[in-house]
Design a protein around this ligand. Structure first.
Ligand SMILES: Cc1cc2nc3c(=O)[nH]c(=O)nc-3n(C[C@H](O)[C@H](O)[C@H](O)COP(=O)(O)OP(=O)(O)OC[C@H]3O[C@@H](n4cnc5c(N)ncnc54)[C@H](O)[C@@H]3O)c2cc1C
Length: 332
């Protein structure tokens, strides 16, 4: 589904209702906040692919964040939040509007008993390790997921055995057109690689999670095992964006892609990993258009061999209508 900007709704923070047009006159940016124009996004994504953001800012605190949001609203331009960039594919043409990193504004971790309150920009592996040092378990599964707390809450990040972030959540602090709000766990719905926060038009600024006491040595041993299993089964040394496609009900996307003979299939500088077929790896010379072409070819072959249409797990950022792999199953 496209918004009035032609964007996929899950990436946009709702700041205003007037459609934005590139080149439209807009109010000057807020004074005293460093805002970069035409900032390359490739360096902010795990895939190392993607064109520039029209504007890019890393506010120092929530006050600056609010001023940036008011500017985006006054200019009627889209505003997106980038976390770890580990689940993103950015168009070669880049994106119009403002992209914000919460790295400076939302980077804190605070423990209170068996609860931890973490800023949206805290990376899951760092949070899992900090909890382990305090003898708190529950986040072991997250040690190899290279996303931020805010990104993880959008997608209910988790691993194959069913462990995910949703059940740990007690409260989530969000910020949007209606200001700051604290949502309780009962106001948020989590399911497989999805949460009701996605598409809600708000950004996550922080979350409180409930953890369980567990000996540090046990937690660390389990985390080591999980990391070893990951490096044996996933192409961790090459740029990639994690799982490209969602697992269809009762099956694994990687298995279907392998069965369709796609391992090693390439488009430009991007190819289907030989280690794990649901990962695409980038040799440094690829473009988003290569990723899209490869996604389309994989979707076509899997549909032909298994009758299953693979839905992307990664998020697309681009202007205009979503490209073919993100536009849904073909008719008929
Ligand atoms: C090597 C590798 C392994 C991976 N393994 C796993 C795995 O085991 N399990 C798993 O679930 N995922 C996995 N992933 C995917 C990814 O790490 C997760 O989806 C992660 O939760 C994405 O978080 P992020 O901060 O990187 O989000 P980004 O990629 O930065 O953004 C993704 C989306 O979330 C939005 N977003 C980010 N932060 C916020 C915020 N604060 N408020 C509102 N919206 C926000 C963005 O606007 C965007 O729409 C893996 C990825 C890689 C590269």
């Amino acid at each position: 589904m496209a918004t009035s900007h032609g964007e996929h709704p899950c990436s946009l923070v709702r700041v205003g209702c007037t459609p934005y047009h590139r080149g439209m006159d807009r109010p000057p940016p807020p004074a005293g906040i460093e805002i970069h124009e035409h900032a390359p996004l490739a360096r902010h994504t795990y895939m190392r692919i993607g064109g520039p953001a029209e504007y890019f800012a890393t506010p120092a605190d929530l006050v600056e964040l609010e001023r940036l949001m008011l500017w985006a609203r006054a200019a009627a331009m889209p505003m997106r939040i980038i976390g770890g960039g580990s689940n993103l594919l950015v168009a070669d043409e880049g994106v119009s509007g403002l992209v914000v990193s919460l790295r400076r504004a939302c980077g804190g971790i605070e423990f209170t008993g068996s609860r931890v309150t973490a800023g949206a920009a805290v990376m899951l592996p760092a949070l899992a390790r900090a909890a382990a040092e305090r003898g708190l378990g529950g986040l072991e599964f997250a040690v190899g997921i290279p996303g931020s707390v805010g990104g993880a809450l959008q997608t209910n990040a988790g691993i194959g055995d069913g462990r995910c972030i949703g059940p740990l959540v007690r409260e989530v602090e969000v910020f949007g057109g209606r200001g700051f709000q604290t949502l309780s766990r009962y106001e948020i719905h989590f399911d497989y690689r999805h949460s009701s926060l996605r598409g809600a038009g708000v950004m996550v600024v922080g979350a409180t999670l409930h953890l369980e006491p567990r000996p540090t040595a046990e937690i660390q041993a389990e985390m080591r095992q999980l990391l070893e299993a990951r490096s044996a089964s996933q192409p961790t040394a090459e740029p990639n964006a994690g799982s490209m496609f969602r697992n269809p009900e009762g099956n694994a996307a990687g298995r279907l892609i392998e069965a369709a003979g796609c391992k090693g299939l390439a488009s430009g500088g991007v190819r289907v990993s030989e280690l794990h077929a649901n990962f695409f790896v980038h040799d440094g010379s690829g473009r988003a258009s290569d990723v899209l072409a490869l996604m389309s070819e994989v979707q076509r072959r899997v549909l032909e061999t298994s009758g299953v249409w693979l839905t992307p797990e990664i998020v697309w950022w681009g202007d205009g209508a979503p490209p073919a792999p993100f536009a849904g199953a073909p008719e008929g």
